[in-house]
Design a protein around this ligand. Structure first.
Ligand code: ADP
Ligand code: TRP
Length: 322
Protein backbone atom coordinates (compact mmCIF):
# COMPACT_ATOMS: atom_id res chain seq x y z
CA UNK A 1 0.00 0.00 0.00
CA UNK A 2 1.36 3.41 -0.97
CA UNK A 3 1.88 6.00 1.73
CA UNK A 4 0.44 9.48 1.26
CA UNK A 5 0.96 12.59 3.33
CA UNK A 6 -0.58 16.01 3.22
CA UNK A 7 -0.94 19.09 5.39
CA UNK A 8 -3.54 21.81 5.55
CA UNK A 9 -3.03 25.21 7.14
CA UNK A 10 -5.47 26.20 9.87
CA UNK A 11 -5.81 29.67 8.50
CA UNK A 12 -9.55 30.27 8.67
CA UNK A 13 -12.90 28.91 7.60
CA UNK A 14 -12.96 25.85 5.36
CA UNK A 15 -14.17 26.74 1.88
CA UNK A 16 -15.31 24.86 -1.20
CA UNK A 17 -11.88 25.33 -2.82
CA UNK A 18 -10.20 23.60 0.12
CA UNK A 19 -12.75 20.80 0.00
CA UNK A 20 -12.77 20.16 -3.75
CA UNK A 21 -9.07 20.86 -4.23
CA UNK A 22 -7.72 18.96 -1.25
CA UNK A 23 -9.90 17.61 1.58
CA UNK A 24 -12.14 15.43 -0.59
CA UNK A 25 -9.15 13.69 -2.05
CA UNK A 26 -7.52 13.19 1.37
CA UNK A 27 -10.66 11.48 2.60
CA UNK A 28 -11.10 9.32 -0.50
CA UNK A 29 -7.51 8.19 -0.41
CA UNK A 30 -7.68 6.65 3.04
CA UNK A 31 -9.54 3.71 1.47
CA UNK A 32 -6.52 2.34 -0.33
CA UNK A 33 -3.50 4.16 1.06
CA UNK A 34 -1.63 4.47 4.28
CA UNK A 35 -2.43 8.09 5.15
CA UNK A 36 -0.71 10.77 7.17
CA UNK A 37 -2.55 14.04 7.39
CA UNK A 38 -1.72 17.01 9.54
CA UNK A 39 -2.77 20.48 10.57
CA UNK A 40 0.06 22.76 9.45
CA UNK A 41 -0.14 25.21 12.34
CA UNK A 42 3.56 26.14 12.15
CA UNK A 43 3.05 27.24 8.56
CA UNK A 44 -0.03 29.19 9.59
CA UNK A 45 2.10 31.18 12.05
CA UNK A 46 3.36 33.12 9.04
CA UNK A 47 -0.10 34.68 8.77
CA UNK A 48 -2.15 34.02 11.94
CA UNK A 49 -0.88 36.12 14.84
CA UNK A 50 -3.81 36.01 17.24
CA UNK A 51 -3.41 33.05 19.66
CA UNK A 52 -7.14 32.61 20.26
CA UNK A 53 -7.72 32.68 16.52
CA UNK A 54 -5.00 30.07 16.03
CA UNK A 55 -6.55 27.72 18.61
CA UNK A 56 -9.98 28.20 17.08
CA UNK A 57 -8.68 27.57 13.55
CA UNK A 58 -6.90 24.37 14.58
CA UNK A 59 -10.03 23.08 16.29
CA UNK A 60 -12.24 24.06 13.35
CA UNK A 61 -10.02 22.33 10.84
CA UNK A 62 -9.94 19.16 12.92
CA UNK A 63 -13.73 19.27 13.32
CA UNK A 64 -14.12 19.81 9.58
CA UNK A 65 -12.05 16.77 8.64
CA UNK A 66 -13.84 14.56 11.14
CA UNK A 67 -17.24 15.86 10.02
CA UNK A 68 -16.38 15.35 6.35
CA UNK A 69 -15.61 11.69 6.95
CA UNK A 70 -11.97 11.28 7.91
CA UNK A 71 -11.55 7.92 9.62
CA UNK A 72 -8.99 8.64 12.31
CA UNK A 73 -8.49 4.92 12.91
CA UNK A 74 -7.17 4.54 9.38
CA UNK A 75 -5.51 7.92 8.90
CA UNK A 76 -2.84 9.29 11.21
CA UNK A 77 -4.30 12.75 11.80
CA UNK A 78 -2.07 15.07 13.79
CA UNK A 79 -0.94 18.57 14.65
CA UNK A 80 2.37 19.67 13.14
CA UNK A 81 3.59 21.75 16.11
CA UNK A 82 3.16 18.78 18.48
CA UNK A 83 5.96 16.97 16.64
CA UNK A 84 9.15 18.92 17.32
CA UNK A 85 10.96 16.82 14.70
CA UNK A 86 9.43 18.99 11.94
CA UNK A 87 11.31 22.07 13.14
CA UNK A 88 14.45 20.09 13.86
CA UNK A 89 14.61 18.53 10.41
CA UNK A 90 13.78 21.92 8.91
CA UNK A 91 17.01 23.36 10.34
CA UNK A 92 19.09 20.47 9.07
CA UNK A 93 17.60 20.96 5.59
CA UNK A 94 18.03 24.74 5.86
CA UNK A 95 21.72 24.19 6.19
CA UNK A 96 21.76 22.50 2.77
CA UNK A 97 19.23 24.58 0.87
CA UNK A 98 20.56 27.29 -1.47
CA UNK A 99 19.01 30.75 -1.02
CA UNK A 100 18.48 30.87 -4.79
CA UNK A 101 16.06 27.95 -4.66
CA UNK A 102 13.83 29.75 -2.15
CA UNK A 103 14.10 33.09 -3.94
CA UNK A 104 12.42 31.48 -6.94
CA UNK A 105 9.35 30.40 -4.93
CA UNK A 106 6.13 31.89 -6.37
CA UNK A 107 4.62 32.40 -2.92
CA UNK A 108 7.66 34.34 -1.73
CA UNK A 109 7.90 36.42 -4.90
CA UNK A 110 4.19 37.23 -4.64
CA UNK A 111 4.46 38.24 -1.01
CA UNK A 112 7.29 40.60 -1.81
CA UNK A 113 5.68 42.04 -4.94
CA UNK A 114 2.18 42.53 -3.57
CA UNK A 115 3.29 43.44 -0.05
CA UNK A 116 0.10 41.78 1.21
CA UNK A 117 1.84 39.26 3.42
CA UNK A 118 4.67 40.35 5.67
CA UNK A 119 7.91 39.14 4.05
CA UNK A 120 9.28 37.37 7.13
CA UNK A 121 12.09 34.83 7.41
CA UNK A 122 9.39 32.27 8.17
CA UNK A 123 7.63 32.97 4.90
CA UNK A 124 10.89 32.76 3.01
CA UNK A 125 11.71 29.48 4.69
CA UNK A 126 8.20 28.10 4.30
CA UNK A 127 9.13 25.58 1.56
CA UNK A 128 11.90 24.07 3.68
CA UNK A 129 9.56 23.46 6.59
CA UNK A 130 7.19 21.88 4.07
CA UNK A 131 10.02 19.69 2.80
CA UNK A 132 10.73 18.61 6.39
CA UNK A 133 7.02 17.83 6.92
CA UNK A 134 7.06 15.59 3.89
CA UNK A 135 10.44 13.90 4.15
CA UNK A 136 9.99 12.95 7.82
CA UNK A 137 7.25 10.51 6.87
CA UNK A 138 8.76 9.25 3.59
CA UNK A 139 5.50 9.29 1.63
CA UNK A 140 5.18 8.07 -1.97
CA UNK A 141 2.57 10.67 -2.87
CA UNK A 142 1.64 14.14 -1.71
CA UNK A 143 -1.90 15.13 -2.74
CA UNK A 144 -2.11 18.92 -3.08
CA UNK A 145 -3.73 21.65 -5.14
CA UNK A 146 -2.07 23.00 -8.27
CA UNK A 147 -0.71 25.97 -6.29
CA UNK A 148 1.47 23.65 -4.23
CA UNK A 149 3.21 21.95 -7.14
CA UNK A 150 6.30 24.10 -6.85
CA UNK A 151 6.64 23.31 -3.14
CA UNK A 152 6.74 19.60 -3.89
CA UNK A 153 9.34 20.15 -6.61
CA UNK A 154 11.43 22.05 -4.07
CA UNK A 155 11.03 19.20 -1.60
CA UNK A 156 12.42 16.86 -4.24
CA UNK A 157 15.36 19.22 -4.90
CA UNK A 158 16.11 19.40 -1.19
CA UNK A 159 15.86 15.62 -0.81
CA UNK A 160 18.26 15.14 -3.73
CA UNK A 161 20.71 17.55 -2.10
CA UNK A 162 20.51 15.66 1.19
CA UNK A 163 20.99 12.30 -0.52
CA UNK A 164 23.96 13.59 -2.50
CA UNK A 165 25.56 15.04 0.61
CA UNK A 166 24.94 12.28 3.15
CA UNK A 167 24.00 9.21 1.12
CA UNK A 168 20.68 7.78 -0.02
CA UNK A 169 18.13 8.56 2.70
CA UNK A 170 14.96 9.96 1.14
CA UNK A 171 13.06 8.66 -1.84
CA UNK A 172 11.49 11.40 -3.92
CA UNK A 173 7.79 12.03 -3.30
CA UNK A 174 5.44 12.71 -6.20
CA UNK A 175 2.76 15.41 -6.14
CA UNK A 176 -0.75 14.17 -6.80
CA UNK A 177 -2.88 16.84 -8.41
CA UNK A 178 -6.47 16.23 -9.55
CA UNK A 179 -6.48 17.94 -12.93
CA UNK A 180 -10.25 18.25 -13.15
CA UNK A 181 -10.47 20.37 -10.03
CA UNK A 182 -7.11 22.05 -10.34
CA UNK A 183 -8.27 25.57 -9.46
CA UNK A 184 -11.71 26.19 -7.98
CA UNK A 185 -13.02 29.67 -8.79
CA UNK A 186 -14.26 31.93 -6.02
CA UNK A 187 -17.38 34.12 -6.06
CA UNK A 188 -15.54 36.75 -8.12
CA UNK A 189 -13.99 34.32 -10.63
CA UNK A 190 -10.43 34.51 -9.25
CA UNK A 191 -9.04 31.42 -7.48
CA UNK A 192 -11.16 30.82 -4.38
CA UNK A 193 -9.00 31.86 -1.46
CA UNK A 194 -9.39 33.22 2.04
CA UNK A 195 -6.99 35.97 1.10
CA UNK A 196 -9.27 37.23 -1.68
CA UNK A 197 -12.44 37.23 0.44
CA UNK A 198 -14.28 35.32 -2.32
CA UNK A 199 -14.97 32.04 -0.54
CA UNK A 200 -17.99 29.83 -0.02
CA UNK A 201 -17.55 28.50 3.50
CA UNK A 202 -18.90 24.99 3.96
CA UNK A 203 -19.48 25.36 7.70
CA UNK A 204 -20.79 28.91 7.75
CA UNK A 205 -24.25 29.47 9.24
CA UNK A 206 -27.18 29.22 6.81
CA UNK A 207 -27.50 32.99 6.35
CA UNK A 208 -23.83 33.57 5.58
CA UNK A 209 -23.72 30.63 3.20
CA UNK A 210 -26.75 31.95 1.32
CA UNK A 211 -25.21 35.41 1.13
CA UNK A 212 -21.99 34.00 -0.29
CA UNK A 213 -23.74 31.91 -2.96
CA UNK A 214 -26.12 34.72 -3.95
CA UNK A 215 -23.12 37.03 -4.22
CA UNK A 216 -21.42 35.01 -6.96
CA UNK A 217 -20.62 37.30 -9.88
CA UNK A 218 -22.47 36.61 -13.12
CA UNK A 219 -22.66 38.46 -16.42
CA UNK A 220 -25.55 40.62 -17.56
CA UNK A 221 -27.24 38.18 -19.98
CA UNK A 222 -30.97 38.86 -19.50
CA UNK A 223 -33.15 36.17 -17.91
CA UNK A 224 -34.93 35.14 -21.12
CA UNK A 225 -31.70 34.72 -23.19
CA UNK A 226 -29.69 31.46 -23.44
CA UNK A 227 -26.60 31.45 -21.25
CA UNK A 228 -23.07 30.20 -21.68
CA UNK A 229 -22.23 27.47 -19.17
CA UNK A 230 -18.50 27.62 -19.81
CA UNK A 231 -17.77 30.98 -18.28
CA UNK A 232 -20.35 30.75 -15.52
CA UNK A 233 -18.96 30.34 -11.99
CA UNK A 234 -22.32 29.11 -10.66
CA UNK A 235 -22.50 26.37 -13.28
CA UNK A 236 -18.88 25.45 -12.77
CA UNK A 237 -19.28 25.03 -9.00
CA UNK A 238 -22.56 23.17 -9.41
CA UNK A 239 -21.01 20.67 -11.80
CA UNK A 240 -18.28 19.88 -9.28
CA UNK A 241 -20.83 18.70 -6.71
CA UNK A 242 -23.66 17.38 -8.89
CA UNK A 243 -24.02 14.08 -10.75
CA UNK A 244 -23.43 14.12 -14.54
CA UNK A 245 -27.19 13.83 -15.12
CA UNK A 246 -27.91 16.81 -12.88
CA UNK A 247 -25.20 18.80 -14.63
CA UNK A 248 -26.59 18.00 -18.08
CA UNK A 249 -30.03 18.99 -16.91
CA UNK A 250 -28.74 22.38 -15.69
CA UNK A 251 -26.83 22.88 -18.94
CA UNK A 252 -30.09 22.39 -20.87
CA UNK A 253 -31.78 25.07 -18.76
CA UNK A 254 -28.92 27.46 -19.51
CA UNK A 255 -29.13 26.81 -23.24
CA UNK A 256 -32.90 27.15 -23.42
CA UNK A 257 -33.10 30.58 -21.80
CA UNK A 258 -35.87 31.80 -19.50
CA UNK A 259 -33.74 30.65 -16.60
CA UNK A 260 -31.97 33.34 -14.59
CA UNK A 261 -28.73 33.30 -12.67
CA UNK A 262 -30.76 33.75 -9.49
CA UNK A 263 -32.46 30.39 -10.20
CA UNK A 264 -29.10 28.75 -10.84
CA UNK A 265 -27.73 30.13 -7.58
CA UNK A 266 -30.71 28.71 -5.69
CA UNK A 267 -29.99 25.29 -7.20
CA UNK A 268 -26.33 25.60 -6.23
CA UNK A 269 -27.21 26.57 -2.65
CA UNK A 270 -29.57 23.59 -2.40
CA UNK A 271 -26.86 21.33 -3.77
CA UNK A 272 -24.33 22.60 -1.22
CA UNK A 273 -26.75 22.21 1.68
CA UNK A 274 -27.66 18.73 0.47
CA UNK A 275 -24.08 17.63 -0.17
CA UNK A 276 -22.77 18.93 3.15
CA UNK A 277 -25.94 18.47 5.23
CA UNK A 278 -24.67 15.54 7.33
CA UNK A 279 -21.19 17.03 7.68
CA UNK A 280 -22.62 20.35 8.85
CA UNK A 281 -24.69 18.55 11.50
CA UNK A 282 -21.67 16.62 12.78
CA UNK A 283 -19.53 19.76 12.78
CA UNK A 284 -21.98 21.72 14.89
CA UNK A 285 -22.37 18.74 17.28
CA UNK A 286 -18.62 18.52 17.74
CA UNK A 287 -18.76 22.16 18.82
CA UNK A 288 -20.43 20.94 21.96
CA UNK A 289 -17.75 18.27 22.50
CA UNK A 290 -14.33 19.77 21.76
CA UNK A 291 -12.71 17.10 23.99
CA UNK A 292 -13.50 14.42 21.39
CA UNK A 293 -11.58 16.40 18.82
CA UNK A 294 -8.63 17.13 21.11
CA UNK A 295 -8.31 13.45 22.09
CA UNK A 296 -8.40 12.40 18.46
CA UNK A 297 -5.48 14.70 17.70
CA UNK A 298 -3.53 13.50 20.75
CA UNK A 299 -3.76 9.93 19.53
CA UNK A 300 -2.69 10.93 16.03
CA UNK A 301 0.25 12.92 17.43
CA UNK A 302 1.53 9.84 19.22
CA UNK A 303 1.51 7.72 16.08
CA UNK A 304 3.11 10.45 13.95
CA UNK A 305 5.80 11.08 16.54
CA UNK A 306 6.89 7.45 16.44
CA UNK A 307 7.69 7.62 12.72
CA UNK A 308 9.13 11.16 12.83
CA UNK A 309 11.54 10.17 15.59
CA UNK A 310 12.76 7.22 13.59
CA UNK A 311 13.50 9.29 10.48
CA UNK A 312 15.14 12.09 12.44
CA UNK A 313 17.43 9.64 14.20
CA UNK A 314 18.51 8.27 10.82
CA UNK A 315 19.09 11.81 9.52
CA UNK A 316 21.08 12.87 12.57
CA UNK A 317 23.29 9.81 12.26
CA UNK A 318 23.92 10.54 8.59
CA UNK A 319 24.78 14.17 9.35
CA UNK A 320 27.12 13.19 12.17
CA UNK A 321 25.01 14.76 14.89
CA UNK A 322 24.78 11.49 16.79
P1 ADP B 1 -6.45 29.69 0.84
O1 ADP B 1 -5.97 30.03 -0.54
O2 ADP B 1 -7.88 29.96 1.01
O3 ADP B 1 -5.61 30.33 1.92
P2 ADP B 1 -5.05 27.31 1.53
O4 ADP B 1 -3.83 27.89 0.92
O5 ADP B 1 -5.13 27.21 3.01
O6 ADP B 1 -6.29 28.14 0.99
O7 ADP B 1 -5.31 25.88 0.86
C1 ADP B 1 -5.54 24.66 1.54
C2 ADP B 1 -5.60 23.53 0.53
O8 ADP B 1 -6.69 23.73 -0.35
C3 ADP B 1 -4.37 23.45 -0.36
O9 ADP B 1 -4.08 22.09 -0.63
C4 ADP B 1 -4.78 24.15 -1.62
O10 ADP B 1 -4.09 23.67 -2.75
C5 ADP B 1 -6.26 23.82 -1.69
N1 ADP B 1 -6.97 24.94 -2.30
C6 ADP B 1 -7.21 26.15 -1.76
N2 ADP B 1 -7.90 26.94 -2.59
C7 ADP B 1 -8.10 26.20 -3.69
C8 ADP B 1 -8.77 26.44 -4.92
N3 ADP B 1 -9.37 27.60 -5.18
N4 ADP B 1 -8.78 25.46 -5.84
C9 ADP B 1 -8.19 24.28 -5.60
N5 ADP B 1 -7.57 23.96 -4.45
C10 ADP B 1 -7.51 24.92 -3.51
N1 TRP C 1 1.68 24.65 2.11
C1 TRP C 1 0.49 23.83 2.13
C2 TRP C 1 -0.71 24.71 1.79
O1 TRP C 1 -0.70 25.90 2.02
C3 TRP C 1 0.28 23.18 3.46
C4 TRP C 1 1.37 22.22 3.80
C5 TRP C 1 2.33 22.36 4.74
C6 TRP C 1 1.60 20.95 3.17
N2 TRP C 1 3.12 21.28 4.79
C7 TRP C 1 2.74 20.39 3.84
C8 TRP C 1 0.97 20.26 2.15
C9 TRP C 1 3.23 19.14 3.46
C10 TRP C 1 1.49 19.01 1.78
C11 TRP C 1 2.61 18.46 2.43
O2 TRP C 1 -1.68 24.19 1.31
Amino acid sequence: MKRILSGVQPSGQIHLGNYLGAIRKHIEMQKNHECYLFIADLHALTTVRDPDQMRENVLNLAKAYIALGLDTKKTVFFQQSAIAEHSELCWILDSLTPMGLLERAHAWKDAKAKGKKEATVGLFNYPVLQAADILLYKPDLVPVGQDQKQHIEMTRDIAIKFNQTYGETFHLPEPLIGEDVAVIPGTDGQKMSKSYGNTIDIFADDRTLKKQVMGIQTNSTPLEKPKDTKKCIVFNLYSLLATPTETTSLAKKYKKGGFGYGDAKKLLLEKILDHFGEARKTFFNLDKNPKIVQNTLLQGNKKAKALAEKTLEEVKKKAGLI
